[in-house]
Design a protein around this ligand. Structure first.
Ligand code: FAD
Length: 545
């Protein structure tokens, strides 16, 4: 690594990369423990996901009373969420509030992208290089770089020749976009597109949606929260948060059934699905406990949703195109919507099935698909992210023996999704091999941050300079992650959980599907056994080597 050394003068305990919800809480915890810490963030402010994804309709799909920090009771009692599912602007305001409230900004350097990181075995330190050519070093490196932070722009031929504007949902302009009078093409029909299309269609002259794979979507039933509801959550937070951490597979407090879908007769099952459909949201997927495990059970839920789509969309041909049939429901991240399917009844919305009529190229005037030119003034790329590993792949991270990109060439290998053999003293928050994107991320983020903070305090107490995942522990964990995934229906979908949205990316099931409570227990047990599966290097030995 070359370049001036402006940050090097400070011998820090830890460097955190990223100032989203993970980085903010990590900074708060480590500072409270008396560690010297600096956060580096490429954006100009805090918020991560909610800083970047400002597209119309962007909002969370875990209810805000649960998609929020639990570490400060005063914070959760005082913050006033206005809607059942807060919009992007409100979630960003919350992140800004947290930064202010806990005085976090003074230890964050913004507008600074980490480009490289290398471990110096002699000094037992990480040196990190930034895009401005400067460097910094610390004993511990904590990657809080996000699972869905590397927006993916497909390389359609001709994209740069398009005469109109092109926006990616994951890099939305801060000043917003006025769609009035525009013919807009939306490429993609994943979660972001499903949120954005109804809002854009209300404003634009015409919207052409380019769909490769239809998605299952459940009505969000978003609405303002009442005072009574907020009061209930606040009064019950202790119990609710505990249940989300210790009982709910996906980290979301809900009413979980103890029976499978086929244990009910048709009519009872339909009533149950209707109830969950009316209630709205992700809990639809836990109407029964075997929807993600058993194909016949899954079919009952998938058929129900397909029927609902058929009932909403007036044109039967269009309805058929919007009904997913090629993968089990829930094996791609379930989407929540407000009037998504209804939007296709509008006169100003057209659906192009790019499986039948593939996009050939972008021209100056629009998109050519299946030999037809669709004239457009603007294109919205709702093409998702290189999930979980994408932000790592962009970095040149050098461990003891090799680079991370070399090590992960055939898919990510981690121990607990927290550390990597050959990369001592480097932690990941919600890394591949942990429940992360299969869960309420707030629950998973807090769990990882607490585990890492407790670990660093434990090491300091014992004068241990280095911690590294042992190869055998990593091998066993990777095998376990795969084994658990194979026992479910998830690998049946060509999803971003599998890396299938990125050409050339290895097909590996990225998150750990064993559930939040089981995973937490494993992590707790590992710590209780003196960090079982990790090699520890005492400070005097590190100094002698
Ligand atoms: C549109 C959308 C909606 C979502 N809704 C939900 C939801 O309802 N519920 C849920 O549980 N999860 C949801 N998620 C997932 C969401 O990403 C997490 O909930 C959470 O915000 C992640 O926080 P984080 O801090 O771990 O990562 P991020 O918020 O992604 O933050 C990572 C930060 O690291 C920075 N960074 C990355 N690389 C570098 C580098 N090399 N140098 C410097 N900085 C870097 C990025 O700029 C970013 O600010 C959603 C994601 C998206 C995209």
């Amino acid at each position: 690594m070359t370049g001036p050394d402006t940050h090097e003068t400070q011998e820090r305990d830890a460097i955190i990369v990223g100032a989203g919800f993970s980085g903010l809480y990590m900074l708060h915890r480590l500072r409270a423990l008396g560690f010297s810490v600096r956060v580096y963030e490429q954006a100009s402010d805090v918020g991560g996901t909610w800083y970047w994804n400002r597209y119309p309709g962007a909002r969370c799909d875990v209810e805000s009373m649960q998609y929020s920090y639990s570490f400060s009771n005063a914070l959760q009692q005082e913050w006033q969420w206005t809607e059942r599912y807060a919009g992007q602007a409100e979630i960003l305001r919350y992140a800004l509030h947290v930064a202010e409230r806990f005085d976090l900004r003074r230890d964050i350097t913004f507008d600074t992208r980490v480009t490289e990181a290398a471990f110096d075995e002699t000094a037992q330190r990480w040196t990190v290089a930034f895009d401005d050519g400067t460097r910094a070093s610390a004993s511990f490196l904590i990657m809080a770089i996000g699972c869905l932070s590397n927006a993916r722009t497909p390389d359609f031929p001709g994209l740069s020749e398009f005469a109109g504007k092109v926006w990616h949902t994951g890099h939305w302009p801060h000043e917003g976009v006025d769609f009035s009078g525009l013919r807009v093409g939306v490429i993609g029909t994943g979660s972001s597109a499903i949120q954005a299309i109804p809002v854009i269609a209300r404003e634009a002259k015409h919207v052409t949606v380019f769909q490769r794979t239809p998605n299952y979507s459940i009505p969000a039933r978003n609405r303002p929260l009442t005072d009574d509801e907020r009061t209930w959550w606040r009064a019950n937070y202790a119990r609710v948060r505990q249940s989300a951490r210790r009982e709910a597979r996906n980290g979301i407090f809900a009413d979980y059934p103890v029976k499978g879908a086929l244990e009910d007769d048709d009519e009872t099952r339909r009533r149950r699905f209707e109830g969950r459909w009316e209630q709205g949201g992700i809990p639809f997927m836990s109407a029964y406990n075997d929807i993600s495990l058993d194909e016949s059970a899954n079919d009952t839920a998938a058929n129900f949703v397909r029927e609902k789509i058929g009932a909403v969309v007036k044109d039967p041909g269009l309805a058929a195109l919007l009904q997913p049939t090629s993968y089990p429901i829930g094996t791609k991240r379930i989407c929540l919507d407000t009037d998504y399917f209804e939007t296709f009844n509008r006169d100003n919305v057209t659906l192009v099935d790019v499986r039948a009529a593939p996009i050939e190229r972008i021209t100056a005037a629009g998109v050519r698909a299946g030999g037809t030119e669709h004239a457009l003034d603007a294109i919205v790329l709702a093409t998702g992210f290189d999930a979980m590993t994408g932000s790592f792949a962009k970095l040149d991270i050098r461990g003891r023996r090799e680079t991370l990109n070399a090590k992960w060439a055939e898919g990510p290998k981690t121990y607990l999704g927290l550390m990597i053999a050959g990369f001592p003293n480097m932690f990941m928050i919600t890394g591949p091999g942990s429940p992360s994107v299969l869960s309420n991320m707030m629950v998973s983020i807090e769990q990882h941050v607490d585990w890492i903070a407790d670990c660093l305090a434990w090491l300091r107490e014992r004068d241990i300079a280095g911690i590294e995942a042992a190869q055998h522990a990593e091998d066993q964990w990777v095998a376990h992650v795969n084994e658990v995934a194979q026992a479910t229906l998830y690998p049946r979908a060509a999803s971003w959980y599998m890396g299938a949205n990125i050409p050339g990316k290895p097909r590996v099931f990225l998150p750990y599907i064993g559930g939040v409570p089981v995973y937490r227990q494993i992590c707790d047990d590992v710590a209780a056994k003196g960090y079982e599966g990790f090699a520890l290097t005492p400070r005097h030995r590190a100094a002698a080597e």
